[in-house]
Design a protein around this ligand. Structure first.
Ligand SMILES: Nc1ncnc2c1ncn2[C@@H]1O[C@H](COP(=O)(O)OP(=O)(O)OP(=O)(O)O)[C@@H](O)[C@H]1O
Ligand SMILES: [Mg+2]
Length: 242
């Protein structure tokens, strides 16, 4: 059996734009090993977000196969795929994607709420809320639990988003320019938080970034150009991790 947490083979992705079909991924194959930290770099428009959304089972490839934890992700039912994604993959986006009408704590428990029946959610509600509060406190947000996203700073919003992404302890974390919208000092702190959590939990992680220094901290860096993988390099950080 393969040691990959997620693997994509021969991926093509086209979008219909008006009466034209625009192909943005032209046959991409990529595997992420268990516990591996992989950086994804490349110019704007190269297809990085499209690729990681496919690896994160958010987008269906036009051609090719995606296997998550040994299961062919698009051969299972919609419900099975949603369950796979909800408990298996945590997402962190540049613009947070928090639900504006929910408080910080409510946003964090969302994956548990989505993943369980009404009865199961009611039974575990108190415990889940407590665990979310503990995580937020650990992330420095003890006094922001009931704030709504609009009442939080960018760095605080991203911490809430990270707590949400980690809430069900998924084996894979996917982050698309998680510090892209933050000033450098705030971004640095958010990044340290992400990398520390990843290391403590032994997570696999795919991280899209434009930051060379950050990429140097990944164990492997995949470079994309015009819808193809142009480079796939094991970095010094991998040697150090051994
Ligand atoms: N839903 C869509 N419909 C049509 N075209 C799309 C769609 N999503 C992405 N594209 C196009 O696909 C190409 C790759 O987009 P993608 O968002 O993957 O790039 P990226 O590498 O993440 O860029 P950036 O660094 O700016 O985030 C772009 O040219 C974009 O315009
Ligand atoms: Mg992008």
């Amino acid at each position: 059996m393969s040691d990959a947490i997620v693997s994509a083979r021969g991926i093509r992705k086209s979008f219909q734009v008006g009466d034209r079909k625009l192909e943005v991924l032209h046959g991409v194959s990529l595997e992420v090993g268990r516990g591996e930290l992989v950086g994804v770099m490349g110019a704007s428009g190269a297809g990085k977000s499209t690729l990681i959304q496919i690896l994160g089972l958010l987008e269906q490839p036009t051609e090719g196969e995606v296997t998550f934890q040994g299961q062919s992700a698009w051969k299972v039912s919609v419900a099975e795929r949603a369950a796979l994604r909800n408990s298996g993959i945590g997402f962190v986006f540049q613009f947070y994607h928090l639900l504006p009408e929910l408080t910080a704590v409510e946003n964090v428990v969302l994956p548990a709420m989505i993943g369980s029946s009404m009865g199961a959610w009611r039974a575990a509600r108190r415990e889940n809320l407590q665990r979310a509060e503990e995580t937020l406190a650990r992330f420095g947000l003890k006094d922001r639990l009931k704030h709504r996203p609009a009442q939080l700073s960018g760095g605080e919003r991203q911490r809430v988003a990270i707590a949400r992404a980690l809430f069900l302890d998924p084996p894979l974390l996917i982050a698309d320019e998680p510090t892209g919208n933050l000033d450098s000092a705030t971004g640095e702190k958010v990044l340290e938080l992400l990398l520390t959590e990843r290391e403590e939990r032994g997570l696999s992680m795919l991280l899209v970034t434009h930051d060379e220094r950050l990429a140097a901290r990944c164990q492997r860096v995949v470079t994309m150009d015009d819808g193809k993988i142009q480079g796939d390099v094991r970095t010094a950080a991998r040697a150090a991790a051994r």
